[in-house]
Design a protein around this ligand. Structure first.
Ligand SMILES: [Zn+2]
Length: 105
């Protein structure tokens, strides 16, 4: 069982450590970021920059309950520095880490 406190410390530890977890376009950090599904070199984008990039209308927390992918962009969940988990292979604790990040700053 992962306790709430563990998640909180995981989140703060990892966001501090993940210094490159920043939207490549508007430079916002400490929020949910997406990456292109097939990009070899991941380009990170926040929700609003991803929607612009994918040419879809703005989404909110409710939309994310249906799917966390935005067209061809999927949640960017770091595995190692500059490397990200495959969309279907993200470990449960990192899914929770990503889910705990705010959608917008
Ligand atoms: Zn952005």
């Amino acid at each position: 069982m992962i306790s709430f406190d563990f998640q909180q410390s995981l989140r703060s530890r990892q966001t501090r450590k993940m210094q490159n977890y920043i939207c490549s376009e508007c430079k916002k950090s400490d929020i949910k970021l997406w990456r292109g599904y097939s990009e070899e070199l991941a380009i990170l984008r926040c929700v609003d920059c991803t929607c612009k990039h994918e040419k879809v209308k703005s989404i909110n927390e409710n939309d994310l309950k249906k799917t966390d992918a935005i067209k061809w962009s999927v949640p960017a969940v770091p595995s190692r520095p500059n490397s990200y988990w495959g969309y279907t292979s993200v470990p449960e604790n990192m899914v929770q880490w990503w889910n705990a990040l705010p959608l917008r700053a």
